[in-house]
Design a protein. Structure first.
Length: 78
């Protein structure tokens, strides 16, 4: 899966292309470009949420690991 930064670069290029050639393009081509833009923007939103969830999970796992190493388990008494 592409990162949000990679997708943003594609979105920027497509926006530039639409701005340059959008007026002279046929209506069908304009719809295609707009549809691709919407799909890329949606993919970027998904990628950012996945990346933030992944970093949050990594942080919570590292905190959990630190807690386990900081407080060793007490020996079981019978």
């Amino acid at each position: 899966m592409a990162t949000a930064g990679q997708i943003k670069a594609k979105v920027d290029l497509l926006k530039k292309k639409i701005a340059d050639k959008g007026a002279t393009a046929s209506p069908e081509r304009r719809r295609q470009l707009a549809k691709r833009l919407r799909r890329l923007q949606r993919a970027r939103r998904k990628a950012t949420t996945v990346e933030t969830k992944r970093t949050e999970q990594g942080k919570s796992k590292s905190r959990h690991a630190k807690d386990e190493t900081a407080a060793p388990a007490a020996p079981a008494q019978s």
